[in-house]
Write a protein that binds this ligand. Structure first.
Ligand SMILES: [Cu+2]
Length: 266
């Protein structure tokens, strides 16, 4: 709409400034807005954050459910410094794990039903929501609380990049691997979801959402031997994605007759 108004305006007054604005708008509107994390966070800070949903599924289908998994079970841990290999997250963060740091905030702006997933110790490892509808021409915010972990004083990590696996579901009706029914913001590390999703052309395997935890360099400075430090990335394992991404009792459905429940609120 605003683009059209500007276009007719510029045809009458083709100034350089309007041309530049038009190019900027065109780039912004064509950019593919994935599902991402709204804000970076600082170690030791508990704050509200949100997942930003930029678009629905192929063919302008609205999102009806979402599943979210944090890297908590034997995650892949890598460093931006090729010379550094990390054995355990406890080398980087005092808490030693991402489990229990995130919590879903109840919110009915998109979904009517929400729940959390917990591990054997009762720590939250992800959450899911369904019975919803996000109009395909709008963007969504799914709020969550995150208690940012603190960095081990002796570690050289200056940022922790938490990769979050997310399924944005536009239809739970089997077969699920269809770009019109599903977006997968998950790591490309061999899970069944990654392999079958990529084969079906589902967006976007390898495009997990990233929650950035910044070290507080004032209160927790890098040891002098670290130089400028490095980033540590923690990614959900393929096994955890396959186990925790499904929404119990809802998605993926069993595919047989009578098991699919049409509950989406449109
Ligand atoms: Cu996208």
């Amino acid at each position: 709409m605003s683009l059209q108004i500007l276009a007719s305006f510029s045809s009458r007054r083709p100034t350089g400034l309007v041309g530049a604005v038009l190019i900027g708008l065109a780039l912004a509107s064509s950019a593919h807005a994935h599902t991402t994390v709204k804000a970076q966070t600082t170690e030791g800070v508990r704050d509200d954050n949100a997942l930003r949903i930029g678009h629905g599924c192929e063919g302008d289908r609205g999102i009806v459910a979402q599943s979210v998994v944090f890297p908590t079970d034997a995650p892949d841990i890598t460093s931006s410094d090729p010379g550094v290999t990390l054995g355990a997250l406890s080398d980087v963060i005092v808490q030693g794990s991402i489990a229990g740091l995130a919590q879903s905030i109840q919110d009915r702006s998109i979904f009517a039903l929400q729940d959390e997933k917990v591990d054997a110790n009762g720590n939250v490892v992800g959450f899911h929501a369904r019975a919803g509808y996000l109009r395909p021409n709008l963007v969504g915010r799914v709020p969550f609380q995150f208690s940012a972990p603190t960095f081990v004083a002796g570690s050289c990590a200056k940022r922790l990049l938490v990769q979050i696996a997310i399924a944005d579901i536009c239809s739970a009706r089997p077969p699920i691997f269809d770009p019109a029914k599903l977006n997968l913001w998950i790591p490309d590390n061999g899970s069944r979801f990654a392999v079958e999703g990529a084969a079906a052309g589902v967006e976007e395997i390898g495009g997990a959402a990233t929650l950035v935890v910044n070290r507080n360099l004032a209160s927790n400075p890098l040891p002098s031997a670290c130089g400028s430090g490095y980033d540590v990335t923690v990614t959900p394992s393929a096994a955890q994605v396959d186990r925790d991404l499904p929404i119990p009792g809802y998605w993926p459905g069993r595919g047989g007759r009578g098991h699919y429940v049409a509950e989406d609120l449109r």
